[in-house]
Design a protein around this ligand. Structure first.
Ligand SMILES: [Zn+2]
Length: 128
């Protein structure tokens, strides 16, 4: 049977082993340092980030909320636009909060405003 080498104690072990029988090391750690996994976890470093998520999130949600104060009457097209804006703002805000620290305050404001706009949209929808 083909054997591989334990990266910790250099003893021969079975390829499918998840724990070294010689030194007891957890060999699953190799999966964590796998280049593909690393690419995902390093996608957005904590210290860096982009403002292209929180800023549009906030802008879209503010536009949606402002539109709610326009009482020129609501039809399905306007409601569709409202849900589009608040939905996009909500998703971008959530992605921003989950993946980076940059612009976190803006992203959270975007999430809150988007949620409010969406709730108001549902209220309008129910009242139609
Ligand atoms: Zn070992």
């Amino acid at each position: 049977m083909e054997q591989k080498q334990c990266p910790f104690c250099a003893e021969e072990i079975k390829p499918e082993a998840i724990k070294c029988k010689h030194c007891g090391s957890n060999l699953r750690i190799n999966e964590v340092t796998d280049p593909n996994t690393r690419a995902v976890t390093q996608f957005v470093p904590v210290s860096k980030g982009t403002l292209w998520l929180p800023v549009p999130s906030l802008v879209l949600s503010i536009l949606a909320v402002l539109a709610l104060f326009d009482d020129s009457g609501w039809d399905m097209d306007l409601l569709y636009g409202l849900f589009l804006f608040t939905g996009t703002g909500l998703v971008m805000g959530i992605i921003s909060v989950l993946t980076q620290r940059k612009g976190r305050g803006m992203a959270i404001a975007g999430i809150v405003l988007s949620s409010l706009g969406m709730l108001a949209g549902f209220g309008l929808l129910a009242g139609m």
